[in-house]
Write a protein that binds this ligand. Structure first.
Ligand code: GDP
Ligand code: IMO
Ligand code: MG
Length: 428
């Protein structure tokens, strides 16, 4: 029997709780695979009270005897990857087998410098608020066909040739445009060779490994990073990341055909957050937003920045359902809404006096969008101990069922706390 592929995707602006959903579903998965993004991601997993934050490693690394893949669509900062791996090894927790696609691109030291230099040149009002992890510049090089791939780190001659060309150009940019210092070829070359040595044993063919596993009846989970509204094509451009977090990105970023994905699970936070700049129609900058930030611990897992907070946005969610082909929802952080007398839900936008039921394209309309709210009754009960759907208070169930009915997608998983077991599975 052929195995199944399920894709976990962020339905909002990232940090929906993708890492914890992957972890909570882990026992039924054989292969965990990251397909895009890089160390801009921060995926938090809490097991037996211990917190792990994964930036590049898939969130399945804690599961013994499983396989974790970093696909060709990911951009890899080797220092970050090797540090993450070493930290897990020191704790004896690097339990899964790791495979890194040779075709994945490398985030080089100049990418990080350029990312930061470009952000500061953009100045106030134009900043994207990137994580400074070199993501944009690394994808620029990939698409302009001068990028260095993981497999290039394994061959000193190829590496030398590619690095010479790149450094010549990047040093010009760093010094002449941004007024910085040039990087030394010898230092970067030496470091790159060391990275190649350390990563070499993990390099493999991700697409082939997945195909063979499926033929053996094994189950594969794609782990998206970021979220739909940060997608380079479908997000709130230019306030986006430089990859395709949507489900289709999984096929490109791992070398799998589009018909092979059996289920797309959208991870939806019970309210909304965003880090960095850009439109956020339901943002609440008042006391309610502050309360969501405090109750939800909404501070970035990668940069520590406070996350902007606001209410659930059904216009954006309907859009995320459409562009991902979402067939299932994992609703996280429902427990964080405990204690609110009423819960606002945005059902449409008004912009220039015109009603929008569908997420508008273009940042100027998105910025003008005034959310039209309905209010749902809140609840006072603590949800963190609930393990069955029937244990949730009636108002919480009404909230879940309202979401299902409005977007026409079942909520099959509910997060009632950050721990692996604080999960309600419902007709999963
Ligand atoms: P990701 O990037 O989508 O994996 O999400 P992050 O890890 O960046 O942010 C999600 C945060 O919410 C983390 O601190 C998680 O531990 C926490 N979290 C996830 N699910 C739940 C939940 O159901 N309830 C609560 N209270 N916290 C959660
Ligand atoms: P996870 O996987 C939330 C945001 C940044 C910035 C924009 C571009 O943990 O959900 P980049 O460094 O990618 O060029 O920054 O995207 N961003 C994220 N926001 N969660 C993430 O990842 C993010 N990765 C990038 O804040 O606004
Ligand atoms: Mg995160």
């Amino acid at each position: 029997m052929k195995g199944r592929i399920e894709a976990i995707v962020g339905a909002q602006w990232g940090d929906e709780g993708k890492g914890r959903v992957v972890d909570s579903l882990g026992s039924r998965v054989d292969i965990f695979a990251r397909y895009q993004g890089g160390a801009n991601a921060g995926h938090t997993v809490i097991v037996d009270g211990t917190k792990y934050v994964f930036h590049l490693l898939p969130s399945g690394m804690l599961y013994p005897c499983k396989t974790c893949i970093i696909g060709n669509g990911v951009v890899i900062d080797p220092d970050q990857l090797l540090t993450e791996l070493r930290e897990l090894q020191d704790q004896g927790k690097d339990r899964a087998r790791l495979i890194i696609s040779g075709a994945a691109h490398v985030v080089m030291p100049y990418h990080k410098l350029l990312d930061r230099a470009q952000e500061s040149l953009r100045g106030k009002g134009r900043k994207i608020g990137t994580t400074g992890r070199g993501i944009g510049p690394a994808y620029v090089d990939k698409y302009s066909r001068c990028g260095i791939r993981v497999e290039d780190l394994l061959d000193g001659d190829i590496l030398r040739e590619k690095l010479e060309y790149n450094l010549e150009e990047k040093n010009l940019q760093l010094t002449k445009i941004y007024g910085g210092k040039p990087l030394s070829f010898d230092e970067v070359y030496e470091k790159s060779l060391q990275w190649g040595k350390a990563m070499g044993p993990y390099v493999g063919d991700a697409s082939l490994v997945i195909d063979e596993a499926l033929r053996e009846g094994k189950n594969v989970l794609f782990e998206g990073a970021q979220g739909t509204l940060l997608d380079i094509d479908h997000g709130t451009y230019p306030y986006v990341t430089s990859s395709s977090p949507i489900a289709a990105g999984g096929c490109v970023g791992l070398g799998v055909g589009p018909g092979a994905v059996d289920r797309v699970i959208g991870v939806v936070k019970a309210y909304c957050t965003r880090v960095g700049e850009g439109p956020f129609p339901t943002e609440d900058t008042g006391p309610a937003g502050e309360r969501l930030r405090e109750n939800g611990g909404e501070f970035g897992a990668t940069t520590g920045r406070p996350r902007r907070c606001g209410w659930l946005d059904m216009v954006a969610l309907r859009y995320a359902v459409r562009v991902n082909g979402m067939s299932s929802i994992a609703l996280t952080k429902l427990d964080v809404l405990t204690g609110f007398d009423r819960i606002a839900v945005c059902t449409a936008y008004l912009a220039d006096g015109i009603r929008h039921d569908h997420f508008p394209s273009g940042v100027s309309l998105q910025e003008k969008a005034e959310p039209q709210y309905i209010y749902m009754e809140g609840w006072k009960e603590d949800l963190t101990g609930c393990r069955e759907y029937s244990e949730l208070p009636a108002q919480a169930r009404a909230y879940v069922e309202y979401i299902e009915k409005t977007v026409g997608v079942p909520v099959n998983l509910i997060g009632v706390g950050p721990g692996r077991e604080q999960t309600i599975l419902r007709n999963f």
